[in-house]
Write a protein that binds this ligand. Structure first.
Ligand SMILES: [Zn+2]
Length: 265
């Protein structure tokens, strides 16, 4: 896989636009609108929005853009808006398994927040879209004067731990079709869209199975009229049906995410 840096496309976002968009942020059920900001930024006080805006820029990431690789110094922090970033665990034989999906409810580069300067996971854009990015030194400066953002990042850290623990249990116990339904919903939530592009290679990484198993399972879901696939893009046709088919992990983590991240109380 070629290593590419995330490329800037759009210009720095104005302070006003971040605040206005943040008021419309949501992540509380079946998404039907494209996300307009990042949930961790959604309810910050004005002073912190301005401090963030002065240091960040909004850029567009393409599928397969590499944010950081295993062992790399973390030089940039990413807050997805409409993109989805995947944290991958890379084994010595080259096998890559997804550890965490990061959509507009989260951020990539969390080790730096905890005082760790290098990445253990590989961070890669799996669904193209926009992200706010901020240089590491500016991020460290920012959190010195942003207690509300600091609190949200602590809560997000807890959500990451809970997600990884749930996924470990899920991969070991739940059926492939259930897990596939779960990850289709998770991916849809991450970009807040019922239509997105995902490669079967990535799905195999997310589900820690071989690609042949993914092909069979996606075909079964399509025959049940739960999804439609076309040239690598996926459309969720019957979200309620997909939620019924999914294992318990989707609801467990959706509820947890809502409790931890949809408010700062
Ligand atoms: Zn599960």
């Amino acid at each position: 896989m070629a290593k590419r840096a995330a490329r800037p496309v759009s210009v720095k976002s104005g302070r006003r636009s971040i605040q206005d968009k943040s008021r419309r942020a949501r992540l509380d059920g079946a998404p039907d609108l494209a996300p307009t900001t990042n949930l961790l930024l959604a309810n910050l006080p004005q002073a912190e929005i301005e401090a963030f805006s002065a240091r960040a820029e909004k850029v567009r990431c393409a599928t397969r853009d590499v944010m950081f690789d295993t062992g790399d110094p973390i030089t940039t922090i990413y807050f997805p808006v409409s993109a989805m970033i995947s944290l991958l665990t890379v084994l010595t034989d080259g096998t890559t398994i997804e550890a965490m999906t990061i959509g507009y409810e989260g951020m990539a580069g969390l080790p730096l927040f905890h005082g760790v300067k290098t990445a253990q996971s590989k961070g890669i854009c799996q669904i193209e879209g926009e992200v706010y990015r901020i240089a590491a030194d500016k991020f460290l400066d920012l959190i010195q004067q942003a207690p509300a953002l600091t609190k949200m990042l602590h809560r997000y850290s807890q959500f990451m731990q809970d997600s990884m623990a749930q996924s470990a249990a899920c991969n070991g116990v739940h059926l492939l079709e259930q897990r596939c339904a779960r990850w289709l919903l998770v991916s849809s939530d991450a970009v807040s869209d019922g239509h997105f592009s995902l490669t079967q290679e990535f799905f195999a990484q997310m589900l820690a199975v071989r690609r042949a198993g993914i092909t069979t399972t996606m075909g079964a879901l399509e025959r049940k009229n739960l999804i439609a696939t076309r040239y690598g893009s996926i459309t969720i046709v019957d979200r309620v049906g997909l939620e019924k088919l999914s294992c318990e992990c989707y609801k467990t983590l959706s509820d947890r995410r809502r409790d931890l991240l949809n408010n700062s109380d």
